[in-house]
Design a protein around this ligand. Structure first.
Ligand code: ADP
Ligand code: MG
Length: 722
């Protein structure tokens, strides 16, 4: 019956709202829980501070002799804030955040205890990493993994109900030095990009060139569902998405949720989230309702990629924790509700430095124009050459539900430049770059770039990867993903393209070409070879899917099973090896881990579908049917003949559901697969369709059975009752 549902609705509508906290002044709470440069300056001897600051700002190696002093200052600060524990925080290949907690406590010979935290402990930790997926890098007998302090990402205090913990962002490597996490390759990709950018900037005539870093601002979409409903949905609790559920009479057709008034309870939640984030020095900036009912977005101001990446992980953690406090669960899944918009994470990305500024900003002088066109051209080349890698970097079982559906970017990688910029590149390709003064002359020394409008009207929402005025926005990234993977790919392919462009420029210059002509020659070549990846039309359309594949030769990789095998392709292995971002062993291990996760998540879902169909939906259908049949027979005693059609429909749907459920169970029996690739395909092509089939019968039943018999909270309830 529906008693539990009714009770949940009752509890929710009578819920006492958490009172909104009086807002604290931003200046007062900003970064209060972060051991940042200013706190270091206040607590460290001058020489130590100078040394550590240099490491943080230039990425230079840490002088080991300063570690002790920093550790002591960090400990004193943390103890004063009530922390009894410290944790090395790391980012395994699972998209999650992992941490190992240790007490500051140290027992002395005399039985007394003191709080101890040495430089050695700060710099290196040794979590028992054996339970983290490593894709075959470590056999379990050498399960040791080491965490190493990432000096460039500040330590912070995480406050939870169980007390405060000093958290130290770290890298996670095997004892043989292989990267077991997402941070090491991210740092390496930035270094590779810096090196290649430096080479190009030198060729452009710059003499003073600061360290080039990449920036990231990620927009996070999420759903909030009342925990009274969620706890009655095993699918939401275990898989993070609904595996059953009939579409509600009202969905998102009216678009009335988007940018609508934020419900009060959600507003209180958001303020709580923001306060926590501000204390952690995370610049949360925008918040609004999203397209679907129950869906929201939060976006911080952009930061250096490495810090932004750690902060993004923290945002996900804080969203989840805070939701619990407010009686919600926060769903970060890419597609929690069928037929309702899913959630993405738009990764805004650019590269730049202190001397030349944002290198993806067109700027307003002719020289800046040329420089911008080079960096932009390098990105175009990268997306064309390594599009399948970009697709692989966002390939998860959950994101597959989004990509290629009619609401999210297609599974074909292309670049959107905007009308004006597309025209400029088209002209470069045709060798007809002109300006009004020098008709027909190819010359970048003059201002060829029209002022680019940064107007939202010129935004193409159907592109997976769009230029948005002074950065690119990778829109196909999944909401539950770490942003590190996509950032690694973007930085690495840019490094490769800049290196190639640098070499080409060098060779043209050595032939005696003038710089501007050399730039145009190289860009023309880039556009001739790679320009087919530029697309400004409707990415959702069937014509594009056909044209992209048949005429332009771009890869359409609809599922993770199609995309992940590219991690094993030779040209991808070469890319990572020559840029020094991942060794072949490290790359292979990533394929193994991601493939395993894909397979596991589909297996878990398939088991859930079977269980729920058998133990929740089938019994409800049978119960209602038995009630209906006894009504039919009593009525028939009275000579009234009705309800038979309804009973027949329900009986048939129930039978069909049971039959497909058995088929699904049988398909889940252990199989021999010749390769991981084959097993992934089996999940994509056999298991998933069977799950969908079971669901289709179950959802039809939901539309036939009396509401008072339906056991699962409905879409309507979950999405609209707050
Ligand atoms: P929209 O929803 O219109 O795409 P938002 O304001 O929600 O825009 O998010 C834009 C994100 O892009 C923010 O995180 C912003 O800080 C970030 N951003 C702006 N400039 C850059 C840049 N140069 N590099 C990286 N991210 C940037
Ligand atoms: Mg955006």
């Amino acid at each position: 019956g529906n008693e539990a549902r009714v009770l949940a609705v009752h509890q929710i509508t009578n819920r006492e709202l958490m009172p909104p906290k009086p807002p604290e002044s931003l200046e007062k709470i900003w970064a209060e829980n972060v051991f940042n440069l200013s706190k270091m300056q206040a607590s460290l001897p001058k020489a130590v501070f100078k040394s550590i600051k240099k490491t943080i700002t230039t990425g230079e190696k840490l002088d080991p002799s300063v570690a002790d002093a920093v550790a002591t200052a960090m400990r004193d600060w943390a103890l004063a804030k009530g922390a009894l524990y410290y944790a090395h925080v790391f980012y395994p290949m699972t998209n999650l955040t992992a941490e190992k907690h240790d007490g500051f406590i140290s027992v002395q010979g005399d039985g007394n205890v003191i709080s101890e935290f040495s430089g050695k402990v700060l710099v290196q930790g040794e979590p028992d990493g054996s339970s983290f997926p490593n894709g075959g890098i470590r056999d379990t007998f050498e399960a040791r993994g080491y965490t190493g302090w990432d000096v460039t990402s500040p330590a912070y205090i995480m406050e939870t109900d169980n007390g405060a913990t000093l958290c130290i962002p770290t890298v996670f490597v095997s004892w043989t030095g292989e990267a077991l996490d997402k941070k090491v390759p991210l740092l390496r990709s930035i270094a590779a990009m810096d090196k290649a950018a430096n080479k190009v900037l030198k060729l452009l005539g710059h003499t003073e060139i600061a360290h080039v870093n990449s920036s990231c601002g990620a927009e996070q979409e999420y759903f909030l569902i009342d925990s009274n409903f969620a706890s009655q949905r095993p699918d939401l609790m275990l898989a993070g998405r609904t595996l059953f559920g009939k579409a509600p009479a009202k969905g998102q057709e009216f678009d009335d949720h988007y940018f609508g008034a934020i419900p009060e309870r959600v507003q209180v939640f958001m303020q709580d989230v923001e306060e926590t984030l501000y204390k952690l020095g995370i610049p949360a900036k925008t918040r609004h309702n999203e397209v679907a009912p129950g869906q929201f977005e939060i976006a911080p101001f952009f930061e250096a990629a490495n810090v932004a990446s750690d902060h993004q992980q923290l945002i996900m953690t804080v969203l989840k924790h805070t939701a619990k406090k407010h009686g919600f669960i926060c769903l970060l899944h890419e597609k929690p509700f069928a037929g309702i918009n899913g959630s993405g994470k738009h990764v805004n990305w650019s590269v730049g430095n202190a001397t030349q500024g944002n290198l993806l900003d067109p700027g307003d002088s002719p020289n800046e124009n040329a420089q911008f066109l080079i960096f932009c051209g390098a990105v175009i080349r990268g997306v064309h050459k390594y599009g399948p890698l970009m697709r692989a970097a966002i390939a998860t079982a959950s994101n597959d539900h989004r990509l290629g559906a009619n609401e999210a970017p297609p599974a074909i990688m292309s670049v959107y430049l905007g009308t004006q910029l597309e025209e400029v590149f088209e002209q470069i390709k045709n060798g007809s770059v002109t300006d009004s003064k020098h008709k027909g002359v190819m010359d970048l020394g003059i201002d060829v770039l029209p002022p680019l409008t940064k107007d939202a009207g010129d935004r193409n929402r159907t592109s997976p990867f769009a230029f948005t005025g002074n950065r690119f926005e990778f829109r196909a990234v999944g909401s539950s993903q770490s942003v590190s993977g996509p950032l690694i790919v973007l930085n690495t392919m840019l490094a490769d393209s800049l290196e190639w462009i640098g070499n080409r420029l060098e060779s043209e210059l050595s032939k005696g070409l003038e710089l501007n002509t050399a730039i145009l020659t190289v860009l023309k070549e880039v556009m001739e070879t790679h320009g087919s990846v530029v697309f400004g039309g409707n990415g959702y359309s069937d014509e594009w899917h056909k044209m992209a594949v048949e005429e332009r030769g771009l890869a359409n990789l609809p599922t993770t099973a199609d995309a992940l095998p590219y991690l094993k392709a030779e040209f991808i292995e070469d890319l990572f090896q020559k840029t020094g971002v991942l060794t072949p062993v490290e790359l292979e291990s990533r394929f193994e881990v991601y493939a395993e996760q894909y397979i596991l998540s589909i297996e878990v879902e398939a088991k859930l579908v079977t269980n729920m169909a058998k133990t929740i939906i089938y019994p409800a259908a049978v119960e209602y049917l038995s009630k209906l049949s006894s009504t039919i027979s009593s009525l028939s005693d009275l000579g009234i003949d009705c309800h038979k059609d309804s009973a027949k429909t329900i009986a048939e749907l129930t039978n069909s559901m049971a039959a497909v459920t058995s088929k699904l169970s049988a398909a889940m029996e252990p199989h021999d697969f010749s390769s991981t690739e084959e097993q992934m395909m089996y999940c994509a092509k056999t298991i998933r369709p069977l799950m969908d089939e079971v669901r289709s019968y179950a959802d039809a039943l939901e539309g036939e059975i009396a509401d008072s018999f339906w056991p699962l909270p409905t879409y309507q309830e979950m999405l609209f009752i707050k």
